[in-house]
Write a protein that binds this ligand. Structure first.
Ligand SMILES: Nc1ncnc2c1ncn2[C@@H]1O[C@H](COP(=O)(O)OP(=O)(O)OP(=O)(O)O)[C@@H](O)[C@H]1O
Length: 767
């Protein structure tokens, strides 16, 4: 905002118009409040302020028509009642309104220091607005001009008022001059002087105001000029600013593009850094590997160098030893020549040996033929011997006293030391009288008795399973020749029947059944060389209380009726069969052993007083064998045989059983055992009866049907079969009487001659 020029004060004002020193204040912010100074007011005369002029001045200074804020004096209008009417023609301000003591009671007059106006400040301020961005410059410039116009109007108004007042003062002065009163004249003179002074001051102020008006008008023109220039500059500035904005936008776009490029470059740089790191890492790995390979190569090189040194040394040694080697070569060559001669000689000998061996082979072949013929002859002679001996033979075997048993009976073997077949056939039992303590059947015999018996063979307690089988094997294998064979173990409970027939779990203690089966398989295998092909099948039955059970079949399910097994004898082939029993094909001894173990688990075993593991039933294992010779025709090329291996139930007497059971024998478990024993004894008696009938001669009735056992074994007990009874005896004194009973029964069987065994007749290849 421009400032008005400082008005010139009247040189002779002498404090009458101090208020006129309050110069036009162009801007409020240029006003500095200062303490009141003792000016003309201190003279004791306070001139009447020209309110209109002052207001106009203040309006110019503040840019508005109000001046209250800049004047501390009370307005003249507020004290009209205090103004005394002047006696003169022209009005005077009331005396009371004037201060009586100059400066003492006058309020301090605030003086306003008006800064020196500078015509250059307005354009500079306007230029400053323009230079500061131009946004407010264009808006502020019209305001400045408007204010200037307002101030001009105000000044015009003030000048008009001052002119009017001046005229008023002149009228007052004229009126005062015409006054006639001397006192009033002197007072009017004073007033006139004052009025003249005020008039002068007003004229001066008018002149000043007029001057200010001219100055303001000039300033306005100058400002308008500056404003036009400023507007031009502003438009140029705005154009430049628009250019700058466009340039700024372009630059921002460039910056954005640069940032994008920078980000891409940074990504690429990161990728390159990572690739570099990878390459560096791989390079390090390769370097390490290279170092390792280098080390290994160095080691190898060192090793090679060591070897080279060694080889060089060896080479040097070899070179030095070459002479010796050449000598040795010559020796070896001589030796090779000699060996070549020996080889030639040996070749000649070998040829001679080959010729000789061919002769031996022919001879061996002749021997083989002779051996087979001898075997055939042996078999034939064996059969003849067996037939001459009769078809029932009896062996007697006494088991050893077991570790937990005491008091063995007196048993002697008079011919045990003599060689078989003349010796080893006798057994002698003696009583000492003590036997009565254990055996009620001995009665009151107190005297010593001796009983001697003779059988086909007697085996002492020291005999082994192998010893017994050596005598049985020929009989067992005769089934491969087409005979029916029956081997049964007889004896009281606990005498060793099961041991004899089944034996223990080891090869050494195997009983007659597994050994006989193995023997039959072995012979059948041997006979393959002679063109014989054998097939076998097995059957394992149990007879308990005259009821047959198939030991190879699983027991019937709970609630199912027991199976019924009927015994049939073929009228012409004399082969025996039992209905509804399993007869699996037997292919190996191991399979047979498995079947036997299975069957034994199903046997009824009940505790008795005589032997806790006593078999209370007869078991009959039957092996049927059929051999067919290649190329043979008719019955000569077919052999059909049966091997029955029978483990009879214990043969203890009822008296022994009753003695052992005491009072309970008639009922409960004892009654069951009694029934079992009676059944067993009945069947054993039936066996004795059958043997006795067979010994009675041809045509006698043989009661085979009296028991299931004898009926089942009918074809093996008849005159066409080979039968062996192994009598097992207990060695205990307590069992002496029972042993005597068994010995007598066996003797009866042994003395029975029931004809000669005959092969099973096969007609047209069918047995
Ligand atoms: N020659 C022997 N050598 C060793 N121990 C034997 C011999 N004979 C039998 N024994 C043993 O004597 C005991 C009775 O034998 P075993 O069970 O064979 O009699 P058993 O006549 O079959 O009886 P049961 O009629 O009750 O079946 C068994 O412990 C058996 O091992």
């Amino acid at each position: 905002m421009s400032r008005l020029p400082r008005p010139q004060s009247s040189p002779d004002a002498k404090g009458f118009v101090p208020s006129l020193k309050r110069k036009i204040i162009p801007e409020e912010d240029d006003i500095e409040e200062q303490p009141a100074k003792k000016g003309p007011a201190s003279t004791g005369f306070r001139p009447k302020p020209l309110h209109a002029s002052r207001n106009a001045t203040n309006a110019i200074a503040s840019g508005s028509t109000t001046s209250a804020s800049t004047s501390s004096k009370p307005a003249a209008a507020s004290k009209p009642a205090a103004v005394m009417p002047r006696p003169l023609t022209r009005p005077r301000p009331p005396v009371a309104a004037r201060p009586t003591s100059r400066g003492a009671s006058a309020p301090p007059v605030s003086t306003v220091t008006v800064r020196k106006p500078s015509s250059s400040r307005v354009p500079a301020a306007l230029g400053k607005h323009i230079a500061s961005g131009g946004a407010t410059a264009t808006a502020a410039a019209p305001d400045v001009i408007t204010n200037l116009h307002k101030r001009l109007a105000t000044l015009e108004s003030a000048r008009t008022q001052d002119t009017e007042r001046l005229a008023s003062l002149l009228e007052s002065s004229a009126a005062a001059a015409t006054s006639s009163s001397s006192a009033a004249t002197s007072a009017a003179v004073v007033v006139d002087v004052q009025t003249q002074a005020e008039l002068l001051a007003a004229q001066a102020q008018l002149a000043s105001t007029t001057a200010q008006l001219g100055s303001a008008t000039a300033q306005l023109l100058s400002l308008q000029t500056e404003f036009g220039a400023a507007q031009g500059a502003l438009r140029a500035r705005e154009a430049a600013e628009a250019d700058a904005r466009r340039e700024n936008l372009a630059l921002k776009a460039e910056v954005l593009a640069g940032k994008t490029a920078l980000a891409a470059a940074q990504d690429e740089s990161s990728e390159l850094r990572r690739a570099l790191a990878r390459e560096r890492e791989e390079g390090e790995i390769r370097a390490r590997r290279g170092e390792r390979l280098l080390r290994e190569a160095k080691d190898d090189l060192e090793e090679c160098e060591g070897k080279l040194v060694k080889v060089r040394k060896e080479l040097e040694g070899a070179v030095s030893g070459e002479v010796g080697m050449q000598e040795r070569c010559r020796v070896l060559e001589g030796r090779a020549e000699r060996l070549a001669g020996e080889v030639a000689q040996l070749q000649a000998e070998k040829t001679a040996w080959a010729v000789e061996r061919a002769g031996w082979d022919v001879e061996r072949e002749a021997w083989e033929v002779e051996k087979r013929r001898g075997e055939e002859e042996r078999r034939s002679l064996h059969g003849m011997v067996m037939e001459l001996k009769g078809n029932i033979r009896v062996f007697c075997r006494v088991r050893p006293v077991l570790s937990d048993e005491e008091a063995g009976a007196e048993i002697a073997y008079p011919d045990a030391g003599l060689p078989y077949p003349s010796g080893q056939k006798e057994i002698v039992l003696s009583s000492t009288g003590a036997e009565r303590e254990w055996d009620a059947g001995m009665g009151n015999k107190a005297r010593r008795e001796v009983w001697g018996f003779g059988f086909d063979r007697v085996f002492t307690p020291a005999s082994t399973q192998a010893d017994l089988f050596a005598e049985i094997s020929q009989l067992a294998q005769s089934c491969t020749d087409g005979y029916n064979v029956c081997i049964f173990a007889y004896g009281q409970t606990g005498s060793g029947k099961s041991w004899t027939m089944e034996g223990g779990g080891t090869e050494e203690t195997q009983g007659m059944i597994p050994r006989a089966v193995a023997q039959v398989f072995r012979v059948a295998e041997e006979l393959k060389d002679k063109g014989w092909t054998y097939t076998m099948e097995g059957q394992f039955l149990e007879i308990y209380n005259e009821t047959i059970t198939d030991l190879l079949s699983p027991p019937p399910a709970a609630g199912d009726p027991p199976r019924k097994h009927e015994i049939h004898h073929h009228p012409t082939t004399h082969l025996t069969s039992v209905s509804d029993v399993l007869t699996p094909a037997l292919t190996s001894p191991a399979q047979v052993l498995a079947l036997l173990a299975q069957a034994q688990g199903r046997r009824r075993v009940a505790a008795t007083l005589m032997n806790e593991r006593s078999s209370r039933s007869h078991s009959v294992f039957t092996l049927r064998i059929r051999g067919v010779q290649d190329g043979a025709s008719g019955g000569e090329g077919v052999r059909v045989g049966t091997l029955n291996l029978v483990d009879l139930a214990g043969s203890e007497r009822l008296a022994t059983l009753g003695h052992g059971l005491g009072a309970s024998v008639a009922g409960g478990a004892g009654g069951e055992r009694l029934k079992e024993t009676q059944s067993i004894n009945r069947s054993l008696s039936a066996l004795g009866d059958v043997v006795a009938a067979l010994g009675s001669g041809p045509g006698a009735h043989v009661p085979y049907r009296n028991s299931k056992l004898t009926y089942l074994l009918q074809n093996s007990l008849s005159g066409n079969s080979k039968t062996l009874m192994v009598l097992n005896l207990s060695p205990l004194a307590a069992h002496l009487n029972e042993s005597l009973t068994s010995l007598r029964f066996a003797t009866k069987v042994n003395n029975t001659t029931i004809g000669t065994a005959k092969k099973v007749q096969v007609q047209n290849g069918k047995a």
